[in-house]
Design a protein around this ligand. Sequence first.
Ligand SMILES: [Zn+2]
Length: 305
Amino acid sequence: MIPEFEVTILGNTSSIPVHGRNHTSQVIRYGQELLLLDCGEGTQIQLRKYKVKSSRITHIFISHLHGDHYLGLVGLLSSYNLAKRSKPLTIFGPQGLDEIIITNFRWSNTKLGYPLTFIKTDPSGFNLVLNLPGIDVFSFPMKHRLPTTGFLIKEKPGYRSLIKEKLRASPAPLEAIQSLRKGENYKDSSGKTYSLEEYTYPLPPMRTYAFCSDTIFDPELAQYISGVDLLYHESTFMDSDEKRAADTFHSTSSQAAKIANMSGVKKLLLGHFSSRYVHLEPMLAEAQVFFPETILSEEGQTYAL
Ligand SMILES: [Zn+2]
């Protein structure tokens, strides 16, 4: 059975949470695994609102240390403590994040009842940061005003499913079945070959999701996110504010669409909208000129891969 792989948007605004939009955070679900990408202010409230079983989150990834991407962490970690969490939690993030969190807890005399581990991300290269049974998580550099990384979540190759009707009609020995499941042809002692083409379905495609939180227009991103199934790319401004986007190391929706286009991704999800825009349809229209398969992220919505 193919595990469900999906992303739920908990927040999609930049700077100030207004117009019913909250700060950046997303939940990734892969089978039974829950990961959190960024943890803006109010994330624990959003998790509850959208009925995410937050106790099941095992790993949190923080892209950078602007407040709208991590200020919800202390609240979430404190609530885990109040709920008597015992399950270990690992947080990946930039240098300094551990110091910020530990200082908070030291001065509030909070002793966490669960193991908390910090792993520092490297804002200068493409790195495998987490290896789980079905997926790998990589970090990659982005150009912003602070050291910042994006995250790529890549499904590992699955197993080939056996064609049961074929096996019933023409049974294969156990050794052949074991080889076929591993993705190898099998030849028995008499020279008969049991081939993958004959006995198994093709491998399911490996699904990929890329998260680009805050970045200036940066064509170099294409090397890390090439061909992903779903790209979340920040879209803070519209074309009329292109200069402001460059000055603040952010992107316009057109620029996000150009990155999606040059990276050959299948679908683009826009987010991190500036508080200056109440209605976002014009922003979507600007992006779709360059990449028609663009959608606006919506809080509480889940996007399947
Ligand atoms: Zn930022």
